[in-house]
Design a protein around this ligand. Structure first.
Ligand code: OGA
Ligand code: MN
Length: 280
């Protein structure tokens, strides 16, 4: 097993491991350590089945079933714990997966619930070459680099995380559009997250429809725009240019991600799990 850093501040590539086979506890510990250090890890050239993806995911914690999608569909009825991210439609026009072919704006997953998943794991089965890149940004580095004045301004502040829209901007089933951000439906979380290891990280969810509790909408927008411009600085991001067989996993409380739009005439299919909690 070899671990190679992919950028100065986030991401590592791991080689020498076949995820279609059970892994020893020693190997799992080494992956965990690399994941804690680099926040995002990638394995290339994997050829795995859904059962393998589930077994691998469960080494790291408790599975969290997919959140609601705009279509109200369970994409893989035989594997309800697995989500599908895809633009492909069946001949009758039913999407086989979520998020379409547009941009997915910067976000962490499902932060609009009280206990957002701690991690996401994506496996690419079909990808358009050179398109639909996925970007990851370290919220630990972003917080560290925040000017002291901004750190003071957000200290103790709580943010409303929009439950109504997904990262592709589509309305989730059962929600309607709102215009006043202070009335956005969704969980409220501290803007600075301290994890069990004592890491301090920005915790922003997503920018559209967000609002800081206790500020006017204008004040909230001003402060959020300033903080967001740091959070997504290329200095602490890395992006994956997908190949078929990539497995990429990220720590969802400490990392944000976004995806480029891609040509809708191409096919992109990913199978995906997420974790509710990390293994003890
Ligand atoms: C996700 C997600 C981005 C992508 O699965 O949570 O945001 O690259 N996916 O499809
Ligand atoms: Mn996501």
């Amino acid at each position: 097993m070899e671990i190679v850093r992919l950028s100065p501040n986030i991401g590592a590539n791991i080689t020498g491991i076949d995820l279609s086979k059970p892994l020893s506890s020693g190997v799992i510990e080494n992956i965990k350590a690399a994941w804690d250090e680099h926040l995002v890890v990638r394995f290339r050239n994997q050829s795995i089945r859904d059962d393998d993806l589930l077994r691998f995911s469960k080494y790291f914690g408790e599975l969290d079933p997919p959140g609601p999608n705009p279509y109200g569909i369970t994409f893989l009825p035989e594997y309800p714990e697995i989500n599908v991210i895809s633009n492909v439609k069946t001949p009758d026009g039913t999407p086989i997966g979520n998020l379409g072919d547009g941009e997915a704006v910067w976000h962490a997953d499902m932060t609009y619930i009280e206990q957002p998943p701690v991690a996401g794991i994506l496996y690419s089965l079909e990808v358009p070459v050179g398109q639909g890149n996925t970007y990851f940004s370290s919220m630990i580095r972003a917080y560290e680099a925040l000017p002291d004045s901004l750190k003071r301004e957000i200290e103790g502040k709580t943010l409303i995380h929009d439950a109504a829209h997904n990262s592709a901007g589509m309305l989730r089933k059962g929600y309607s559009e709102t215009t006043d951000p202070s009335e956005t439906p969704g969980a409220r979380h501290p803007m600075v997250w301290t994890d069990t290891k004592g890491n301090r990280a920005l915790f922003l969810g997503r920018r559209p429809h967000a609002c800081i509790v206790g500020l006017t909408v204008d004040e909230s927008n001003r402060l959020l725009d300033e903080v967001w411009s740091h959070a997504t600085d290329p200095e602490w991001t890395w992006h994956n240019e997908w190949e078929v067989g990539d497995v990429v996993m990220w720590q969802n409380h400490l990392v944000m991600h976004r995806r480029d739009a891609f040509d809708g005439n191409t096919r992109r299919i990913m199978h995906r799990t997420q974790l509710k909690t990390f293994a003890a």
